[in-house]
Design a protein around this ligand. Structure first.
Ligand code: SAM
Length: 224
């Protein structure tokens, strides 16, 4: 079983279990669609249609200037976000050297390199040293670490900024709809800790949505 099996189970393009998935298709350029198909065929973890579409809706509304992504993979969601936000800059973090190199190549091919700071490294280490203020954060790396990253993400998020965390419902394991396989128990525990942290934090307002594999949408409250 690969490191990413949980991430791409049931995530063929356009094929999601939620009833709303049939309506929620992202608008994607032809070249990005081909890149995404290629990534799926190689079992590279990539955000599903519904999640990308949700990100797209938010991005059109918010029009962030500075985006932080944790979990680049081969650069598909990063490219998608910058295709929507024509004036934005993306900082994106990836710890897998093969994915990092492939993402850098893809960003070049899409003419986006000058608008991207791609950082190779473990997100925990990188976030601890990262400076700057971001108006949009897409958290899409190893789910067990989400709760650990939260203090740094909050520090890096502007007041009024948005934090989207992907895969927080994990095929119904987190809500209790599906029995949790033994090997996923620790992962589910950590995701529940993340959900608990963002839904009780007085500086955040959060809604957990049954979109894709579950998304936690948090807003950092103004004056915090
Ligand atoms: C679900 S994939 C990201 C998919 C990408 N956002 C997209 O939709 O195109 C998760 C990525 O996070 C990376 N990752 C996992 N743990 C990490 C860590 N501790 N630091 C940095 N990257 C990490 C993995 O190597 C993987 O490429």
């Amino acid at each position: 079983m690969s490191e990413f099996d949980y991430a791409h189970k049931n995530t063929q393009t356009g094929e999601r279990a939620t009833p709303t998935a049939q309506f929620n298709k992202p608008v994607i350029s032809e070249s990005l669609r081909k890149l995404r198909e290629n990534a799926y065929s190689r079992e590279i973890p990539v955000s599903d249609d519904e999640t990308l579409n949700f990100l797209g809706t938010l991005l059109h509304a918010v029009r962030p200037q500075e985006i932080l992504e944790i979990g680049t993979a081969v650069g598909i969601s990063g490219t998608y976000m910058l295709e929507i936000c024509e004036n934005a800059h993306l900082t994106t973090i990836e710890k897998n050297d093969g994915f990092y190199a492939e993402a850098a190549d893809n960003f070049l091919k899409f003419g986006l390199s000058s608008r991207i700071t791609a950082i190779f490294g473990d997100a925990g280490d990188v976030l601890a040293k990262l400076d700057g203020q971001f108006d949009f954060v897409f958290l899409d790396s190893a789910k067990v670490q989400y709760v650990k990253y939260l203090p740094d993400i909050k520090r890096l998020l502007k007041s009024g900024g948005i934090l989207v965390a992907d895969d927080v419902l994990l095929f119904g394991y987190v809500t209790g709809e599906e029995e949790v396989p033994k090997k996923r128990k620790m992962l589910v525990k950590h995701i529940k800790e993340y959900i608990s942290a963002v839904t009780t934090d007085k500086e955040l307002h959060t809604t957990v949505l049954d979109i894709g594999n579950g998304v936690a949408l948090s807003v950092k409250l103004k004056n915090t």
